[in-house]
Design a protein around this ligand. Structure first.
Ligand code: SF4
Ligand code: SF4
Length: 159
């Protein structure tokens, strides 16, 4: 069920990216330059989509989120775009849980050290991308495990 939510979120994002042009040219693809131990957090149910992945491997994150052991996808720095994880597709946005109980899509403060787009706010991004990220998060919130993961992620990493 969570895997289906991830697949639906992927589909909602389609081929949209933060800018209409290739933002990787601004930073030489900074968000794809990890190492053997850094990776992108996988959503609940997402790891099974990478069982036979040729460009990346799944490793334990070493901590829990939303009551489950978190997992990371560590890639080689290049990927099949159709297969890239949800975290790469949502970057540099994240979901903030407000005291009112509502949620808001915001620039991820953790992306600030890496992504030059974070200096300009969500208004500078392609509006279609921001809308699709909102729709993707709404789909993920319908799934209990993904909702717990997103809440825990916000609580753990809020500055
Ligand atoms: S770091 Fe930001 S600007 Fe660079 S490729 Fe990633 S999303 Fe685009
Ligand atoms: S999976 Fe692809 S998009 Fe994500 S960090 Fe690796 S190379 Fe970049």
């Amino acid at each position: 069920m969570s895997t289906q939510a991830v697949l639906d979120a992927r589909a909602l994002l389609g081929s949209l990216t933060p800018l209409k042009t290739d933002c990787g040219r601004l930073c030489e693809g900074a968000c794809c330059k990890g190492d053997e131990t850094t990776g992108m957090l996988l959503f609940p149910g997402e790891a099974e989509l990478f069982k036979d992945c040729s460009f990346a491997k799944v490793i334990p994150a070493g901590y829990a989120l939303g009551g489950e052991d978190a997992q990371l996808l560590v890639c080689s720095g290049a990927c099949d775009r159709e297969q890239r994880p949800l975290a790469c597709r949502l970057f540099p946005l994240y979901l903030k849980f407000l005291k009112s109980g509502r949620t808001k899509v915001k620039m991820d403060p953790r992306a600030h050290a890496v992504c030059p787009l974070t200096d300009y706010g969500t208004e500078a991004l392609d509006a279609a991308f921001v809308d699709a990220v909102r729709a993707a998060y709404d789909r993920l919130l319908e799934d209990e495990r993904c909702a717990a993961f997103l809440k825990a992620l916000d609580a753990e990493f809020s500055l």
